[in-house]
Design a protein around this ligand. Structure first.
Ligand SMILES: Cc1ncc(COP(=O)(O)O)c(C=O)c1O
Length: 410
């Protein structure tokens, strides 16, 4: 079906199966030898419509979260027509997939050749930057274009988020004045953007960041045409249940309305995770059990990068019929490669009688899961199946999965 990790031509792939079944349990009954990726187009469509209808501005999709062309088409068809791209590979892929889309090149440090191709070949007009050097680069690469929207990235705190984005990019608000001033001279439209860190657990993250925006605007005394609040909108994972997204939208709207430029400026956001986390999950097989450790056929080099490297926990669910009646027990996982670091600490709660040859589903892998897979050590699989059941957890519906076997384990 889709080819997430090869969409940008980054990894060679074998043929991918294309089929559609009603739910994860059907996959397990087919006893697949390799891990299988499940995709839920209806979940991505629902997330897109939610942002389009409820976010009080323009939502663009941050492609890095999951560059699947199928997903991009679903989002586009459901109203997300602007895409935040971070590399020329993403620019080319999105331009090919949805030629009518608007692309914004929001990586603050770009190759000059990438800017030139984006501007002249693909019609990209919006670029982010956080230094004078990058401003000069953009102007050189576009031959001093007069139709640019330039978004200056401010450094803001990641204290409310699970993944920091506060070190690498962004100009400190008190140092932003000269850059805002210079970008204002060069740009047709001037924007200010920021990123509060991924998986922001409280709307306060955005309220605090908007205060920094206010300070920067007042100090620089420039007219600003766009406020871009970036990504960071959360999804639901075990031990991380954020407030409803509407609360984030209300906070952002209030803060935006109170800025001195709100009467003339546009509000943008760049959600990645929130638009695609519920889109996919995987079905894996237990190859060996050693006490509380399960050796499974996907891992750190597959869709479980975050589970291995930053200890992220994902919902899991045993796919066995009849269901196990044994109580849950905490397990950790080993992936299939030969490395010790191919280890996912969890804990992941599964019935205590789980054994070799059992299958289970790992949910919420649509964001930064499918996108991170490699074929290291010859493991991994491209088999992808469209399913119609509900994701294990959702920010967009209170309806739980109906099948008795689909008990959510948090
Ligand atoms: C510039 C930019 N925008 C948006 C995103 C998407 O963030 P999230 O997935 O947390 O919504 C990222 C993620 O790294 C980013 O770097």
């Amino acid at each position: 079906m889709h080819q997430d990790h090869c969409a940008l031509g980054l990894a060679p792939l074998s043929t991918v199966a294309r089929s559609s079944v009603s739910g994860a349990i059907d996959i397990a009954q087919g006893k697949p030898v390799q891990p299988v990726t499940l995709v839920r187009p209806h979940a991505a469509a629902r997330a897109a419509r939610f942002f389009v209808e409820k976010f009080p501005g323009r939502s663009m999709y941050a492609v890095k979260a999951n560059p699947s062309p199928e997903l991009i088409k679903i989002l586009f068809e459901n109203g997300i027509t602007t895409f935040d791209v971070a590399s020329i590979g993403e620019v080319r892929m999105v331009a090919r997939t949805v030629p009518e889309a608007t692309l914004c090149f929001m990586h603050p440090v770009k190759a000059e050749e990438a800017i030139t191709e984006a501007y002249f070949t693909h019609g990209v007009r919006t670029f982010s930057l956080d230094s004078m050097e990058e401003l000069e680069k953009i102007m050189r690469a576009t031959r001093n274009a007069s139709d640019l929207t330039l978004c200056v990235r401010l450094r803001v705190s990641s204290e409310h988020s699970k993944l920091s984005l506060a070190s690498k990019f962004g100009v400190a608000p008190h140092e932003a004045k000269p850059l805002l001033f210079a970008a204002r001279q060069a740009a047709d439209a001037l924007g200010i953007c920021f990123h509060v860190g991924s998986q922001a657990m409280t709307p306060d993250a955005y309220a605090d960041a908007m205060e920094r925006v206010r300070a920067a605007i007042v100090e620089a005394a420039v007219t600003v045409d766009v406020i871009d609040v970036g990504g960071g909108f959360p999804s639901s994972y075990p031990g991380m249940e954020p407030p409803p997204l509407e609360r984030y939208f209300e906070t952002i709207h209030r803060a935006f309305e109170s800025l001195p430029i709100s009467y003339s400026a546009e509000l943008w956001a760049e959600p990645g995770r929130a638009l695609c986390a519920e889109y996919s999950s995987i079905v894996v097989r237990v190859e060996k059990r050693r006490g509380n450790e399960l050796y499974i056929n996907d891992g750190a080099y597959g869709a479980l990068f975050d589970a291995a490297h930053i200890g992220w926990r994902f919902p899991v669910e045993l796919l066995r019929e009849p269901q196990s009646t044994v109580r849950d027990h905490p397990f950790s996982f080993y992936g299939p490669t030969c490395d010790d670091i191919d280890h996912m600490q969890g804990p992941f709660l599964l019935p205590a009688d789980i054994q070799t040859s059992d299958y289970f589903e790992i949910g919420m892998l649509g964001a930064y899961g499918a996108a991170m897979r490699t074929a290291f050590n010859g493991f991994g699989s491209d088999e992808t199946v469209i399913v119609e059941d509900e994701p294990m957890v959702s920010m967009y519906t209170t309806v739980e999965r109906e099948a008795a076997s689909n008990v959510v384990k948090l």
